[in-house]
Design a protein around this ligand. Sequence first.
Ligand code: ATP
Ligand code: MG
Length: 131
Amino acid sequence: MIKPDAVANQHTGKIIDDILGAGFKIIAMKYVHLSDAMAEGFYAVHRERPFFKDLVSFMTSGPIVAAILEKDNAVEDFRKLIGATNPANAEEGTIRKKYAKSIDANAIHGSDSNENAEIEGNYFFSQFERF
Ligand code: ATP
Ligand code: MG
């Protein structure tokens, strides 16, 4: 998911370019402004964390781009491509290093396991939206 900060700062095209350049295939993609309920559901695992309220308010602050991507070893390779959660710790050349400003506004989300990739893909896309 390309987060609201990166969409608002017009980084969407460059980020999609980076993703395709790294060998990912786009299976489905949509541009959408999340409701509070959608954002709370997406990040439900973080419900008890102190930053949850700020996270939801950030994720609903503007439109996002959600996508299902395909590649061998996709989860691990995508986490490598996006870099550390806090862009201050992200490696040179990663998406968060290039386009993120803070740990809150960190430009992009990547699934952290195959299981969560399945759940998150289903959260955004019906079976009719995948090719
Ligand atoms: P994401 O799930 O968005 O890809 P991540 O897997 O790198 O990010 P998580 O631990 O899942 O990191 O946290 C989810 C999001 O919550 C982070 O992207 C970040 O924006 C926010 N977050 C995480 N830790 C903190 C923190 N200590 N302070 C503020 N925000 C945080
Ligand atoms: Mg995460």
